[in-house]
Design a protein around this ligand. Structure first.
Ligand code: NAP
Length: 345
């Protein structure tokens, strides 16, 4: 008969005690490493007198960021689209406010030369924040939408980065790309924007590895919906895109599946949802600021509650669940048409 004091039981107890102790030690070490790393992440650098370039400063995140950095003593170059935006940025204390169209390559090269002279060849940070969105469903979007969005959201930051890399290397500086949750999870009704953000993610990833030897750090910020002119005007922009498509292709087959009544209902329903989920832009601005002022910046910032929860789950979770969720987002559904005889098998 086995008793509690038998050798088998005492070996078992000893195994449990050793395994339990080892697990506790591992857990304590992980917790300590996490604590030390988050304490280190809180340490900030002084940015007084450092040159920082931010694009898209006419409104939204860029306008807010440029003002905050200037008030902390940084020498901010606030790149604007309009004269009015540049004037407002200068009134908020930025050092320079070049005004140019990011889809104009010559203008980007000229602005880069101006920045190089102003910063004396040493640039601390470059924040690619400017962006545009041209929403719509692929069935009716003209190709020009894809090209325009790629110009501003992808080719412009790529060219400006290339022009300013020598200055960033000299300062062992930072490059921050403001992507989007759409840069990790593509959503229906916004393909050109999503493609441009996926492209910039890939570019940033390669750039980070290539620039590591020179001490240039690359971060990516992925905001969820923030209350800015771009986000709050999203579904009205969708309406304008639909109307532009109607003008370009008035007899297109797409109009039967996406009639005006569908468009009106789509804009109404989804604008109400947008109002519910939009967050304070300060979440994203604070993450962008951290990427250029922290002693140890993160590689990626998921900005806002939805980015950290829903979009993170859609990003890393099973693709089939993500695909189901994206299909369910299309509400109301486009009008289902019987297949035309020529397309029947
Ligand atoms: N707000 C959100 O929910 C959200 C979510 C995810 C990611 N983001 C990203 O965050 C960044 C900032 O967006 P935001 O929400 O602050 O939008 P926003 O207020 O529309 O800001 C975008 C800025 O880019 C400028 N811009 C647009 N086209 C340009 C061009 N061709 N040349 C030069 N400048 C141009 C705009 O100038 P004008 O104002 O004069 O047009 C504006 O200053 C964007 O990259 C966006 O994709 C935003």
């Amino acid at each position: 008969m086995t008793t509690l004091a038998s050798p088998e039981v005492s070996v078992l107890v000893r195994v449990f005690v050793v395994a339990g102790g080892a697990s506790l030690t591992i857990f304590a070490l992980i917790a300590l490493a996490w604590l030390l790393s988050s304490l280190r992440r809180r340490r900030l650098l002084g940015i007084d007198g450092r040159w920082i370039v931010v694009t898209g400063c006419d409104s939204g995140l860029g306008q807010d960021l440029a003002g905050q950095l200037a008030s902390r003593g940084a020498r901010v170059v606030a790149c604007c689209f309009t004269e009015a935006g540049a004037k407002a940025a200068l009134a908020h204390g930025v050092a320079l406010a070049p005004c140019f169209d990011l889809s104009d390559e010559d203008a980007i090269v000229r602005a880069a030369r101006e920045i190089e002279v102003a910063c004396g060849g040493a640039l601390w940070a470059l924040v690619h924040n400017a962006g545009i969105v041209l929403p719509g469903f692929i069935d009716y979007q003209p190709m020009s939408f894809l090209r325009r969005v790629m110009e501003v959201n992808f080719f412009a930051p790529a060219l400006l980065t290339k022009q300013l890399l020598p200055c960033l290397r000299k300062a062992r500086g930072r490059i921050t790309f403001v992507s989007s949750v759409d840069g990790i999870v593509s959503l229906p009704g916004n393909a050109p924007y999503d493609a441009s953000k996926f492209a910039i993610e890939a570019y940033a990833d390669a750039l980070r590895a290539e620039q590591f030897p020179w001490g240039v750090h690359v971060s990516v910020v992925n905001p969820a919906t923030m209350r800015t002119p771009m986000a709050m005007g999203f579904f009205e922009a969708h309406r304008r895109a639909w109307e532009e498509s109607e003008r370009l292709d008035p007899d297109g087959e797409w109009r039967s599946a996406y009639p005006r009544e569908w468009l009106d209902a789509y804009v109404r329903l989804n604008t109400a949802n947008l109002e519910r989920i939009a967050q304070d832009p300060r979440h994203a601005v604070s993450d962008i600021k951290h990427s250029i002022t922290a002693v140890r910046p993160r590689l990626r910032y998921l900005s806002g509650a939805l980015a950290k929860t829903l979009f993170y789950a859609l990003w890393v979770g099973p693709e089939a669940w993500s695909a189901w969720f994206k299909r369910a987002l299309i509400r109301p559904r486009p009008v289902q048409l019987p297949p035309s005889p020529s397309k029947e098998r």
